[in-house]
Design a protein around this ligand. Structure first.
Ligand SMILES: NC(=O)c1ccc[n+]([C@@H]2O[C@H](COP(=O)([O-])OP(=O)(O)OC[C@H]3O[C@@H](n4cnc5c(N)ncnc54)[C@H](OP(=O)(O)O)[C@@H]3O)[C@@H](O)[C@H]2O)c1
Length: 301
């Protein structure tokens, strides 16, 4: 997409909640969307990294740290400024727990309420947080299988479900960062691919089920994008892979991916693939499955 077309897109005053905003695709989305006038809520586990992303954004940004693999988060203390630099007394208008009481843990619905309270609404939820896998099915422990499904499938499904009443009343848009691995099998990605296939099934079903005026679901299936995904991906025992894979290194620049996602969001597209040669693999799977099975084996580095 040309810079000119991107310049015509405006998210002025839209409240956009981005998960996985501390790095990679989420960070690039935050920087670009804030430049296009959006008011942002940024979520991931690492509050300090979110504050750094906030500093690189142009407009109004709130930071809402949470571990989405559990749905647990800390409610900030009443009338104060939390460790992420958000002034909750003015932003939420809601008192927190009594001063001096310990922060309480809450669920996805509590987290969604907390996000709505920040600006009084959420217009667009971008379910982007995710974790990769670099292990065969045999090597992958049950704990890792559950961890990947928890973050990559259950978190977007439960966060979206928690916001559906809000979107039914006010309209809105849910965006989900799937993957080409959600459209076909990839070696050493059994759990990741399963989670991304599940996302595809859940959100495509939501598109046909939740036909409320003013409500939209956009599914994005990126191929390889140059981010830290392979560094953070889990081995079978749960250790981080810790390596930048050669294919990841040669992936689509993250800013290009973010710009294409923003174009798809603005046009309320139902499903967009952002990929290079992985797209050919997908065509092979559709039209020449035996060839796909031979070629796909080489894509698991
Ligand atoms: N890069 C690619 O080639 C590619 C291709 C297809 C799809 N995707 C998808 O794109 C999305 C973003 O990935 P990325 O490539 O930008 O990788 P990334 O740089 O590793 O970003 C992952 C993000 O998820 C957050 N996250 C991880 N665990 C979390 C948890 N338990 N709770 C809350 N947030 C958590 C991370 O922040 P914290 O560590 O601060 O929690 C980080 O902000 C993922 O869904 C991924 O599957 C990526």
């Amino acid at each position: 997409m040309t810079g000119l077309r991107q310049n015509r897109i405006s998210f002025s005053e839209k409240v956009i909640w981005i998960t996985g905003a501390s790095s990679g695709i989420g960070e690039a989305l935050a920087i670009r969307l804030s430049a296009l006038g959006a008011r942002l809520i940024l979520t991931s586990r690492n509050a300090e990294a979110l504050v750094e992303v906030k500093a690189r954004c142009a407009g109004t940004v709130a930071v809402l740290p949470a571990d989405l693999s559990t749905g647990e988060f800390s409610v900030p203390q009443s009338g104060g400024t939390d460790f992420a630099g958000n002034d909750h007394s003015s932003q939420t208008g809601h008192p927190g727990p009594a001063s001096g009481s310990p922060p309480t843990k809450n669920s996805f619905s509590g987290l969604a309420e907390q996000a709505i309270d920040i600006y009084g609404r959420v217009d667009i939820l971008i379910n982007n947080a995710g974790i990769g896998q670099r292990a065969s099915a045999e090597e992958t422990s049950e704990a890792v299988l559950r961890q990947i499904l928890g973050l990559d499938f259950f978190a977007p499904a439960l966060l979206t479900q928690a916001l559906l009443p809000h979107f039914r009343a006010n309209g809105g848009q849910v965006v989900v960062t799937g993957s080409m691995a959600g459209l076909m099998g990839v070696p050493r990605r059994t759990a990741y691919s399963a989670a991304k296939h599940a996302l595809m099934g859940y959100f495509e079903s939501l598109q046909v089920e939740h036909t409320v005026p003013g409500f939209h679901v956009t599914i994005i299936s990126p191929g390889r994008v140059k981010t830290s995904l392979s560094l953070n991906a889990l081995r079978g025992s749960g250790e981080p892979h810790g390596k930048m894979d050669a294919a990841q290194e040669k992936g689509i620049p993250v800013e290009v991916c973010a710009m294409k996602m923003i174009s798809a969001i603005a046009r309320k597209r139902k499903h967009v693939i952002i990929a290079r040669e992985e797209r050919l693999l997908w065509y092979l799977r559709k039209w020449a499955p035996p060839l796909y099975h031979r070629v796909a084996r080489k894509f698991g580095s």
